[in-house]
Unconditional design. Structure first.
Length: 114
């Protein structure tokens, strides 16, 4: 079955850290660029980070540069998003995406609040 399953979200205090995971199945993961998006309440979905098939190139939106890091493990068919120094404005549902397949996971909720 072709799918993406995100995990690792939750409630965290400002300044804290979380690591999101996305497990992929049903397609050749190692050959695909992967992306993390997020959608905050009342806002449009935005690209957070992108990683090429072999992890040689990444790009982050300005609001998360220096705080979020995307990585992948092709042996485990997984992509990760390490989020540090979290801010309340990072509160959102975070989605994993395969742009070439137009494939989305169901998302994992991250809430940053004291």
């Amino acid at each position: 079955q072709v799918q993406l399953v995100e995990s690792g979200g939750g409630l965290v205090q400002p300044g804290g850290s979380l690591r999101l995971s996305c497990a992929a199945s049903g397609f050749t993961f190692s050959s695909k660029t992967m992306r993390w998006y997020r959608q905050a309440p009342g806002k449009e979905r935005e690209l957070v980070a992108s990683i090429s098939s072999v992890g040689l190139s990444t790009s982050n939106t300005n609001s998360v540069k220096g705080r979020f890091t995307i990585s992948r493990d092709n042996a485990k068919n997984a992509v990760y998003l390490q989020m540090n120094s979290l801010k309340p404005e990072d509160t959102a549902v975070y989605y994993c995406n395969v742009p070439l397949l137009a494939l989305w996971g169901k998302g994992t909720l991250v809430t940053v609040s004291s």
